[in-house]
Ligand binder design. Structure first.
Ligand code: ADP
Length: 497
């Protein structure tokens, strides 16, 4: 099967979150199973500066955007370590900017125009590059107009008539919701601007369009697939999703162990470790992290960490409140936080670190190297998310022996087993879960985790059970192939939605 991955992010070209990780790994895994993936990305400044070899194809094209004709160029690269071709859509007015989607807390005002152009460019590239595509795997709102184009402007036009589309929701909260007049930019007939297809409370909605028009839809964990059927996690799209419920699949993301593996992690220097040597390696990584972050070098104190986008979704309000309370109560624990995002979290977390330098260290930046070092040095990894479509950090944490403390939602509920007498007896306990979204529930669960930490036998069992688990891509990639087959079968039936 020839599969074209249309996405805004793919590691190592560009990444702001899990989308980049998934689209950097899945194409290579699909290739290992004997299929032929190709990846297509916008040529963001970050993408062009990622240090990958990139060459021009000499292929230029023009796309009508409203009343304008906009020219783009296709560039070529490869997924490192594979034969997977990567094409970049170059259009410097749209993509050569300091950030991908927004700057200084504000979305770029022409995001609709930028990603309309990208979606059409993906389709135009297929004949220009002679890609022989069987299925386009479209990721998140930035690629969501592709299924709409296939069923409208490009319908029954060779070579597009035989192409199926799978639309994957990585995060339903980011929908690409725009002023209705932006519909004119797309070139799609206004008759599709209706409540079942592209219109959402008077706006043009990319996410809804993808869900309405794709031959099948998937999201990144079975629990999130259920949660998005109802408010509040349906984010207003429950009607559209329930209409497509028989075409919706939940497939867990995998972890890329070639990148996230404590026994071969290039960022750990001489202190790499695995499940047989972590009792030596992990304390060394913890000491190195304490030194790096300016915290007292103490082996006995539990080191609690979190890495992530500083967005409401991720539960940093709960973390900040518990940090404050524990500081007031003088609870003996160290905290390491790495993240960037909402200025209000920069302020509150920065202040906490300034007030309690012996206990708290905060880095307000994006640092892949430090993210790896934190997984290796932390005793516990916190993810008290309001919602979490899949979550990757908890998978990395399991492998690094940084016991995950999570709110049981989405993929976190699917991958972390709470430590209880029964799960300890069954040998399945890998972390600590709680349900209620409150600082009290997080604090209680962290106290529970700290008690377990003090019991060497229990802690050893929980750490080792997690480290031995396999959350690699191989199983999920096989599941995607099954879903690709089912998507193509649905496309052939030409289901009218
Ligand atoms: P999401 O996609 O919602 O951001 P995930 O848990 O699926 O969340 O993936 C987040 C990815 O981004 C992980 O690989 C994580 O390590 C990385 N990440 C997030 N913030 C930072 C940061 N400030 N520095 C380094 N890596 C980060």
């Amino acid at each position: 099967m020839n599969i074209l991955f249309a996405t805004a992010e793919a590691v190592p070209f560009c990444k702001t979150g899990g989308l980049g990780d998934v689209c950097g790994s899945l194409p290579g895994e699909v290739a290992k199973l004997g299929h032929r993936p190709t990846v297509i990305l916008p040529a963001f400044r970050q993408t062009l500066n990622a240090g990958q070899p990139i060459e021009p194809t000499g292929i230029f094209f023009e796309i009508p955007i409203g009343q304008k004709q906009v020219t783009g160029q296709l560039l070529r690269s490869l997924m490192p370590g594979t034969e997977v071709p990567v094409y970049l859509v170059e259009q410097n007015d749209y993509f050569d900017r300091p950030e991908l989607y927004w700057e200084d807390g504000e979305d770029y005002r022409d995001n609709c125009e930028r990603f309309t152009f990208f979606c059409r460019a993906v389709l135009e590239a297929i004949p220009l590059l002679d890609l022989q595509t069987d299925l386009i795997h479209c990721h998140d709102w930035c690629a969501a107009l592709i299924p709409a184009y296939l069923k409208t402007l490009y319908h029954e036009r060779p070579p597009f008539d035989g192409i199926a589309s799978l639309y994957t929701i990585h995060n339903l909260a980011y929908q690409g919701n725009f002023w209705h007049w932006d519909m004119a930019l797309t070139g799609i007939d206004w008759k599709y601007f209706n409540w079942r297809q592209m219109e959402f409370y008077g706006n043009l909605n990319f996410m809804k369009s993808g869900i309405a028009f794709a031959d099948a839809i998937s999201t990144v964990s079975p629990t999130y697939a259920r949660e998005i059927m109802r408010p509040p996690l349906s984010c207003g799209l429950e009607g559209t999703l329930q209409h497509r419920r028989n075409d919706l699949f939940g497939i867990l993301n995998g972890a890329d162990y070639s990148d996230w593996n404590p026994s071969a992690d290039r960022f750990l220097g001489e202190y790499t470790y695995d499940v047989s040597s972590y009792e030596v390696g992990k304390p060394a990584c913890k000491a190195a992290l304490q030194k790096l972050m300016g915290l007292p070098a103490r082996a006995d104190v539990p080191l609690l960490a979190s890495v992530g986008r500083l967005a409401d979704q991720k539960g940093f309000d709960l973390i900040a409140r518990v940090m404050q309370q524990w500081a007031e109560q003088n609870v003996d624990a160290q905290w390491v936080i790495l993240g960037t995002g909402d200025p209000k979290y920069h302020q509150v977390l920065g202040q906490l670190a300034a007030d309690h330098p012996q206990k708290m260290a905060v880095r307000l930046e994006f640092s892949n190297e430090l993210a790896h070092q934190i997984e290796a040095g932390a005793d516990m990894f916190l993810m008290p998310s309001q919602y979490e479509p899949c979550g990757l950090n908890q998978l990395y944490s399991l492998k690094y022996g940084a016991v995950p403390v999570v709110r049981a939602t989405g993929g976190l509920a699917d991958t972390v087993v709470d430590t209880q007498p029964e799960t300890l007896a069954a040998g399945t306990a890998t972390g600590f879960n709680f349900s209620e979204y409150t600082a009290l529930a997080l604090s209680d669960t962290l106290h529970r985790a700290c008690e377990a930490y003090a019991d060497k036998t229990v802690w050893k069992q929980v750490v080792e059970t997690g480290m031995k688990q396999d959350w690699s891509w191989s199983q999920s990639a096989r599941r995607y192939i099954e879903v690709y087959d089912q998507t193509r079968a649905r496309s052939r039936q030409e289901v009218l939605h």
